[in-house]
Design a protein around this ligand. Structure first.
Ligand code: SF4
Length: 319
């Protein structure tokens, strides 16, 4: 299976040293998503969710961004840094959810709903972002929607995040496409949660809003990965059932060594997130390939909705 592909040949320490040297030599920064392999997270300068990574990408002074995440995330870094070189260790790391919505479908939905604001999840490709009024992440989706002056919102591509938002707004939400989802989160079932709870009755259930409505409704807390890490850090509870991609458990255990974490299901692995390895990171920095390229006209149009999201987030954080 693709996701069990491991870092090979050199020892991990040699690869870590080589990465450190290359980073210095090339003035590069390594950004990694919370769902990356443990050794990739440990080698990164910053580990976070899509919002945190977008903010870091917008602030970096480095010449090269080595982005350990999936395609749309690296594209977002490029949109925010058109003059910098954005590299991705393995070009096959693509998000299936982002593939579920193309620009033509969104334009048709916009044509049918001319009075709606178009707010799409960051899990979309650059050409789709170029057609949006604003972007959101799972950390800020309800806030971004509620900040809109319009009463009708075209929202997508995740039907489950759309459910999460609908429960937190009085605006009319039209989901585009109707059944887009993250295959990794969508497969976590209420039965998984009930079973994990039966085995760990003292645990708090924390679920990601990409989970299906029944799982969201059955959880004690629903939050983005960054929201989960914050909640758990502040919580007096000791045990947590985690309903999201399994990679987050590495960070949670590292930051909370005294607490216990149980995955809601043993199958919540995103194979696309697991494609990056230390040796591919070394190779990417050495060869400065594969590079993420986004057409200039798309960058110009996609930048406004991404920057609008960052501005609204900053405004809300300052409150
Ligand atoms: S976890 Fe889901 S949303 Fe995230 S990259 Fe994988 S498939 Fe896409």
């Amino acid at each position: 299976m693709r996701f069990v592909e491991q870092t090979t040949s050199h020892g991990l320490d040699d690869l870590r040293n080589e990465l450190r040297e290359l980073k210095k030599e090339k003035n590069a920064v390594i950004l990694a998503h919370n769902y990356q392999r443990p050794e990739v997270q440990d080698a990164a300068d910053f580990v976070g969710d899509s919002l945190g990574l977008s903010i870091k990408a917008s602030q970096t002074k480095s010449d090269i961004i080595l982005f350990c995440g999936v395609d749309f995330m690296a594209e977002t870094a490029k949109i925010l840094n058109p003059e910098k070189k954005v590299l991705i260790p393995d070009q096959r790391a693509k998000c299936p959810m982002a593939m579920m919505l193309n620009a033509a479908t969104l334009l048709e939905a916009r044509r049918r709903n001319p009075n709606a604001d178009v707010i799409m999840y960051v899990n979309t490709h650059a050409d789709v972002k170029a057609e949006c009024d604003c972007i959101c992440t799972s950390a800020n989706a309800p806030d971004i929607v509620n900040d809109s002056e319009k009463d009708v919102i075209l929202f997508g591509p995740d039907m489950n995040l759309s459910y999460y938002v609908r429960r937190r707004t009085s605006k009319q939400i039209i989901t585009v496409p109707q059944r887009g989802n993250c295959p990794t989160h969508h497969q976590i079932s209420l039965e998984d949660i009930l079973l994990a709870k039966e085995e760990n009755p003292d645990a708090v259930v924390v679920a990601h809003p990409e989970c299906v409505p029944e799982v969201q409704d059955g959880a004690d807390v629903v939050a983005s990965t960054e929201g989960m890490t914050r909640y758990i850090k502040d919580s007096k509870k000791e045990k947590f059932i985690i309903a999201t991609e399994i990679g987050l458990l590495h960070r949670l255990r590292k930051e909370n060594p005294e607490k216990t974490f149980v995955p809601a299901s043993g199958y919540t692995v995103c194979p696309n997130m697991k494609m990056h390895t230390l040796d591919k990171m070394v190779q990417a920095l050495k060869s400065e390939e594969p590079e993420i390229l986004v057409p200039r006209n798309i960058i110009e149009r996609a930048r406004m909705p991404v920057e609008k999201m960052l501005a609204i987030s900053a405004k809300l954080r300052a409150k």
